[in-house]
Design a protein. Structure first.
Lengths: 235, 619
């Protein structure tokens, strides 16, 4: 849960317009604080050889697919996807603007970040309804057959692999390279959700213990003070 | 996806997007209201009149375009004769319902294309207004739904929340659906029109209609003014004319207000109204009517030419043909819908039966699982053997055995039930499956009861066996005692024992002190005397008995001495082989040579057949 600063967006606009040097200095100061977190987070990205080999191999004929295949893992791309931003974001649906952000942009990096936080044992296997059929005339000659409403249909939220343990094996492998960590600060009211749980940026943010957060806020406060002094002297 | 993976730092609340949307919507609404106010306002400025004129021309031209498109569509579907009637219907419906002709024309064209009948189209347009008002859907969507439903696609009807399943809707014919919709949404349109919004929509429709009418007039004016100079040259004239018209309207309003402020102006006001009416009578329509009156009565609206007669006949024929084609198509669609409904009903029935079968099968499977848990083939075979044994024991079984046999019989019955249920499942007969399942469950319950009863009865039996009194003397014991006595007598005879010849006590057999019955007058002394006598007699008998016992003891000792040593003392008891005088002979027989031969033969045979008994060695 980010700290709310009133007037920070307006301050950033005013700095950019009336004190561009101070604006750049503030951004540099914020970036320095955020970079420590992204550097640590990039360090948590596993090598290509550490994840399941199938996740790194390119699918043959992928260019002919009419759907987007499961993103392949590439350690370098995942590391490059971990970035920060010091410019204000667009307002979210609740009207809040983030003044600085740490992002995990790559698809494979996002999967590594979050896999297993919703279903620790992998997604459940779809269990179709069953019907008992007679297979012969003798006693006990019957079998249970399962039928599906739509054959070969991909079901969202279910394990669609032929391997029923695919999800678990995938998550177990990821857990062997890095554990899921919840970045929600301790002592807050309410139960922690899984939104702030991850293996890369959330883990690095949790281990930072709020130092980067404090540095960003301090940079903005300093900029505010200096801008106030600047305008007072100018007046 | 990746956008969710963000750690937001130091945020600021700038207000919700919904607030800005609402703000925009309010501004837009305010603008619309102002626009409407300007349109309907009395004091129109020159600019407003000019803008209104432009908008009217645009609306009129679009209206003409839409009319021609509709006419073309009707022509293409063989309903060209109905173009004029359709326009009349649309105009009337617009004024009654507030639905603009911009919406009604495409709707008319769409329904006419689907139904091929003007009458049907008009009915559906009216129904769509009610449905649209009642369901909250917009008019165009409602028309879409109805036109799709006409050709059997009832998917859209789900949006109307009719309270029926998709299968039920599919099973209905289009006429049934129309009846249902008419019944469900009857009066909705009228109720909607009674509201403020309904009145506003009527007003809007009227305003739009007026705009189009004025636009048509302006287009006519432009057409007459254009001549050979072109439209561009008459723009100034139109603007001037519009300004003059605006000034004229303002002046008339001002004049009306001033007249109203004069005392006793009622008569003048009435006169003004008369003037207004007179002016109103000189509208283009009125002028046309007057011109017609001046020209005199005309027998036919169209000149009596051969071509027009042919056109009239052709229209009539086309109308008849179109209606017949529409009826035919309707019948075909009805047949198709009936077929689809039948198919849907069959599918529904099949699904229900399948569901019932699945349910019964699941219950049967559950019962089978229960039965399989209980059923154990080895146990059944063992119990069958026990039953055979029990029969072999010629029905002489205990209660516990009977209980065990009953358990086994019940298990066999469960096995039979399971087989019957399997057969029922294979036959897919729901009633049979349910019956077999019920029977299996009942027998399983009975078995469960028997098994729990088994422990109880066995426990009771054990307790009863422990509590049962032992018979001290029965016939068997007596026989055994008699046999022992006979054996002893036989031994005695073999030992040559003779009965004792010693003197007896001399007491005569049956001798005793006879009991005396005392009467009440008997003295105490007599009683005491009798008691003393009886005591003396008993003492004498006791002494005699002891003497007899002693003599018998002596006889027994003598008898033992004659039989041999029975454990007592003897002079040679510690000599020889121990007790008695028997001789023990130990004979040693040497048969070791034969044993060696047997062993040797066995070793040789083993070696011969490859069973080497020797150690093979090791690396």
């Amino acid at each position: 849960m980010p700290t709310e600063l009133e007037g920070a967006v307006q301050l950033r606009v005013a700095l950019k317009r009336f004190a561009p040097d101070l604006s750049k200095e503030t951004q540099t100061e914020m970036a320095a604080a955020l970079k420590t977190v992204t550097t640590v987070a990039r360090g948590y990205v596993p090598n290509d050889g550490q994840v399941l080999s199938g996740w790194t191999k390119n699918l043959s004929g992928a260019e002919n697919l009419v759907y987007r295949p499961f993103p392949k893992f590439n350690s370098a791309a995942a590391k490059a996807g971990i970035t920060y931003s010091t410019s204000p974001s667009k307002p979210n649906k609740n009207g809040f603007v983030a003044l600085a952000r740490i992002l995990n942009k790559s698809a494979a990096g996002a999967i590594y970040e979050t896999a297993g936080r919703a279903n620790a044992q992998g997604q459940p296997t779809y269990k179709p309804a069953s019907v008992v059929y007679r297979t012969g005339d003798g006693p006990g000659d019957f079998t249970i057959r399962y039928y599906q409403e739509k054959d070969n249909s991909q079901r969202k939220g279910f394990n669609n692999s032929l391997n029923p343990n695919a999800g678990k094996q995938f998550i177990d492998n990821l857990n062997s390279t890095g554990q899921l960590v919840n970045a929600r600060p301790k002592g807050l009211v309410g139960s922690p959700g899984r939104k702030l749980t991850g293996r890369l940026i959330f883990r690095a943010w949790a281990e930072d213990n709020g130092r980067a957060n404090s540095a960003v806020i301090k940079a903005l406060e300093n900029a505010s003070k200096m801008f106030y002094e600047h305008t007072r002297r100018a007046a | 996806m990746a956008t969710d993976l963000v750690v937001n730092i130091a945020s600021q609340f700038l207000g919700k997007k919904a607030f800005s949307d609402a703000d925009k919507a309010t501004k837009k609404l305010t603008g619309s209201v102002k626009s409407l106010g300007r349109t309907l306002g009395v004091s129109l400025s020159a600019a407003a009149v000019l803008a209104y004129g432009k908008a009217s021309v645009k609306a009129a031209s679009e209206d003409i375009k839409a009319q021609r498109l509709l006419a073309n569509t009707l022509k293409n579907v063989g309903l060209a004769y109905a173009a004029v009637d359709a326009e009349g219907f649309i105009s009337k419906m617009q004024s009654q319902t507030g639905v603009l002709d911009d919406q009604l024309r495409p709707a008319f064209a769409q329904l006419a294309s689907v139904t091929g009948s003007v009458a049907k189209t008009e009915n559906l347009l009216g129904l769509a207004f009610d449905v649209s008002s009642g369901s909250g859907l917009d008019y165009a969507s409602t028309i879409d739904i109805l036109s799709q439903a006409y050709v059997g696609n009832t998917k859209g009807l789900k949006q109307l929340n009719l309270g029926l399943t998709q299968a039920e809707i599919k099973a209905m014919s289009f006429d049934d659906l129309i009846a249902l919709l008419t019944n469900r949404f009857a009066g909705s349109g009228k109720a909607a029109l009674d509201t403020y919004i309904g009145q506003m929509s009527l007003l809007t429709a009227a305003s739009s209609n007026a705009s189009e009418i004025i636009g048509v007039s302006l287009l006519g004016a432009i057409d007459s003014l254009t001549g050979s100079d072109g439209i561009a040259n008459v723009g100034t004239d139109i603007e001037n004319a519009a300004k003059s018209l605006s000034n004229f309207i303002d002046s008339v309003v001002y004049l009306k207000e001033q007249i109203a402020s004069i005392p006793g102006a009622g008569i003048v006001k009435g006169a003004f109204g008369l003037v207004g009416n007179v002016l109103g009578r000189f509208s283009p329509q009125r002028a046309a009517e007057l011109l017609k009156e001046i020209k005199g009565p005309q027998p036919f609206s169209q000149p009596m030419t051969l071509a027009n007669q042919d056109t009239g006949r052709a229209n009539l024929a086309a109308q008849k043909a179109a209606e017949l084609a529409a009826i035919k198509r309707n019948k075909e669609l009805a047949a198709l819908a009936k077929s689809q409904a039948k198919s849907a009903a069959a599918t529904l029935k099949s699904k229900k039966e399948q569901a019932a079968l699945d349910k019964a099968t699941a219950a049967g499977q559950l019962a089978l699982n229960k039965g399989a848990d209980v059923f154990d083939i080895e146990k059944i075979q063992l119990n069958a053997a026990l039953i055979g044994q029990a029969e072999a024991l010629s029905k002489a079984t205990t209660g516990a055995q009977i209980l065990a046999i009953t358990n086994d019989v019940q298990r066999l019955k469960i096995k039979q039930d399971m087989l019957a249920l399997e057969d029922a499942i294979a036959s897919k007969d729901v009633a049979r499956i349910e019956s077999a399942t019920k029977q299996l469950n009942e027998d399983l319950k009975i078995l469960g009861t028997l098994q729990s009863q088994n422990f109880t009865l066995l426990g009771i039996k054990t307790v009863l066996d422990n509590l049962k009194p032992k018979e001290l003397i029965d016939q068997e014991n007596l026989n055994m005692a008699l046999d022992k006595i006979r054996e002893m007598l036989k031994l005695l005879a073999q030992a040559g024992a003779t009965p004792s010849t010693k003197q007896k006590s001399g007491i005569p057999t049956g001798d005793y002190v006879a009991p005396v019955v005392f009467d009440p007058n008997t003295s105490i002394d007599a009683v005491i005397e009798y008691a003393d006598a009886a005591t003396e007699r008993a003492t004498a008998f006791a002494i005699l008995q002891e003497q007899e016992n002693y003599a018998a003891y002596l006889d027994l000792i003598e008898f033992q001495r004659k039989l041999g040593d029975f454990g007592g003392y003897s002079s040679n008891m510690n000599s020889g082989a121990g007790y008695g005088s028997g001789k023990v002979t130990v004979e040693i027989i040497d048969k070791t040579s034969g044993l060696i031969e047997v062993v040797q033969t066995a070793v040789q045979e083993n070696n011969r057949f490859g069973n080497n008994l020797n150690f093979a060695g090791a690396l």
